[in-house]
Write a protein that binds this ligand. Sequence first.
Ligand code: AHN
Ligand code: ZN
Length: 341
Amino acid sequence: MRLLTYPVLLAILALSCSGRKAANVSTVAAAPVKDAPATVAQASPLPVFCADSAYNYIRKQTDFGPRVPNTKAHDDCGIWLAAKLASFGADKVHLQNFDARTFDGNTLKCLNIIGSFNPECPTRVILCSHWDSRPWADNDPDPSKHKTPVDAANDGASGVAVILEIARQMQKQAPQIGVDCIFLDAEDWGPGDDYKGQHLETWWGLGTQEWARNPHIKGYKARYAILLDMVGGKGATFYREKYSVMYGKQYVDKVWNAAAKLGYSSLFRQADGYYVTDDHYFINTIARIPAIDIVPHIPECDASSFGPTWHTTSDNIDNIDKNVLEAVGKTLISVIYNEKQ
Ligand code: AHN
Ligand code: ZN
């Protein structure tokens, strides 16, 4: 584990820190209202999540090429993500380098990236997403593409992009709590259906398992974590994933109620989905932090309950829906800015 050491990134960090302080003290000046008691606090409006901005962060990631561990595209994108968090005023950016062993005997050079906002605050919420791309499109309808790496616009880049846009907004206006933005590596190097060996949960979420065993700060605690996985696909619907309900029902309620209040009940359905072996599983079981997953569940999709592009070569920028990004982003802004210490 190390903090950013790249001189360039440090320079960005220094600049963004001073920028952030300035942003912190700027509050919306309330127009004097006649007869209003002087002690009434004027609530600032919530920052506005910009879906175009999130969309551009997806494009930026997919432009590197598939971010498959042990490739240049992956390593270049990791540096870009860390610099981006620093530029958005993360007070600290932790880089967790580690080697991960895969089910098929590979050793991956991995990187978890943690951007901490308001690091002194004891009340913390985690926003996390995996940032790696699956090395094989093994669910593609065309078998000749089963060894082609995935662009992972949805299954990787979308969650990261939504979190980056929230980070950008936090620089303009800080929430009352501390937020850790965590980009987890090597989620998606798990065995496909054709794998004849044992299918273990632990073949997935390798970066999360590393972080959960060795968090970026000793004794690290957070109130809860929200995992974003595939939050930009056309036709997405989000049901209450079952591990999330099992370990963090109150936070599922919080997020789904926030979505309903904003008019997104047709996207965030008040019904149960499946149990999904995803990064949040290890945050719950290893780090013991309640963690919920916003992950699509599309009962009417034959190709996959995660949607038609899941682990296919069609998981590219053309199949991203800005409206889905916006609904998820606005819901999370509402949750984060309503959280009290
Ligand atoms: C399994 O299919 C075992 N888990 C889904 C987790 C995942 C893969 N999320 C994105 N890609
Ligand atoms: Zn995947």
